[in-house]
Design a protein around this ligand. Structure first.
Ligand code: PMP
Length: 346
């Protein structure tokens, strides 16, 4: 999270702007919280230019809950389709498997670099209720650079790429994202849903807190929402607006990612296996050509203050995550650490 946001949270922690209680203590029905919630939604709408015919929902259960809830709420035809582009899309597909008929429309190819096939070559999914994609595969470092062109609504897991660049919302039926990357603390999940899809979920018999329709009808306050996470997310939205919005944020993200990829490409000892067409700007997985050096790489990195460079347990290796709050100085430091390590072990 941005340091300035953490400082505001610290400053407001005991007494939210003179009202005598902390946001941690305040009722979600209070006028103070109503304002916090409303402002957060408005700022999110401004940042992403959300069209009027889309609703914004705040739910709980993280992106993982949405793997099932998008099927329960939106599958009216008894069939959903998935682009299987990595760890998280596979996981979403596995969750859907016992709930409905699941069709895989595509998967990444390695020739030898990993690439997402163009959507025109995907297996036909006209009969599916929707096609689910994972915009940015957080573990594999694979991103869609173009929105797929498909004939049924697109449901997208944007957990690790939301707010990293401007998005044409009108190309999607549903966008969902767990908060804990570019939005704020874990505990709140953001959904942006086209209203005709929202209406699809009106007839379901789901418990209200799992129903998109019921959640929207209650302004995402059917029960006590994660108030502090909602408030913190609102501060992040303000911070992004102050930085000039998502075009400015995207330019910085692109520059940071390119700097890191060019060091990785420059030295033979670093390997990234993703095709440039699908390289993520948020998560850059890489490995050392001599894996016996990985532990030393991590130990030295830790000594120098780098945290979280170990790759996900499912694929090992290393990973640098460049979420919005990462400042340029951190990227400078990592670039110089990589160059130094490569020289030392060449
Ligand atoms: N989808 C993606 C793309 C993710 O990166 C993650 C978490 N890293 C998840 C889903 C799961 O999110 P949650 O922990 O919020 O359920």
């Amino acid at each position: 999270m941005p340091e300035s946001v953490l400082k505001t949270l610290q400053n407001d922690l005991l007494d939210y702007r003179g009202c005598g209680v902390s946001v941690l203590e305040m009722s979600h029905r209070s006028s103070e919280f109503a304002q916090i919630a409303e402002k957060a939604e408005q700022n999110l709408r401004t940042l992403l230019s959300v069209p009027d015919e889309y609703s914004v929902l705040f739910m709980q259960g993280g992106a993982s809950a949405q793997f099932a809830l998008c099927v329960h709420n939106l599958d009216v035809k008894g069939s959903v389709a998935y682009a299987n582009t990595g760890y998280w899309s596979k996981k979403a597909m596995n969750v859907a498997q016992p709930l409905t008929r699941v069709k895989e429309v595509t998967q990444c190819i390695s020739d030898p670099l990993q690439r997402i096939p163009d959507s025109h070559s995907w297996v036909d999914a006209d009969t599916a209720s929707f096609i689910h994609i994972t915009d940015n595969e957080t573990i594999d470092g694979i991103v869609f650079k173009k929105v797929p062109e498909v004939s049924v609504p697109l449901v997208v897991d944007m957990s690790s790429s939301i707010l990293s660049q401007p998005v044409d919302i009108s190309r999607y039926g549903l966008i969902y994202a767990g908060a804990q990357k570019n939005i704020g603390p874990a505990g709140i999940t953001v959904l942006i849903i086209r209203n005709d899809l929202l209406e699809r979920s009106a007839a379901n018999s789901l418990p209200p807190v799992f129903s998109y329709w019921a959640t929207a009808a209650a302004d995402s306050m059917l029960n006590t929402p994660p108030t502090f996470a909602w408030y913190a997310a609102g501060l992040v939205f303000e911070w992004l607006l102050e930085r000039g919005g998502l075009a400015a944020v995207a330019a910085q993200n692109e520059q940071q990612a390119q700097r890191l990829y060019s060091v990785i490409d420059e030295h033979e000892m670093f390997i990234n296996t993703v095709h440039p067409e699908n390289r993520s700007r948020m998560n850059i997985p890489f490995a050392l050509s001599d894996d016996t050096l990985t532990q030393r790489f991590l130990a030295n990195a830790k000594q120098q203050g780098f945290i979280g460079l170990k790759g996900h347990k499912s694929i090992g290796g290393l990973r640098a995550s460049l979420y919005n709050a990462v400042p340029d100085e951190s990227v400078d430091a990592l670039v110089s650490y990589l160059n130094g390590f490569a020289r030392e072990h060449a």
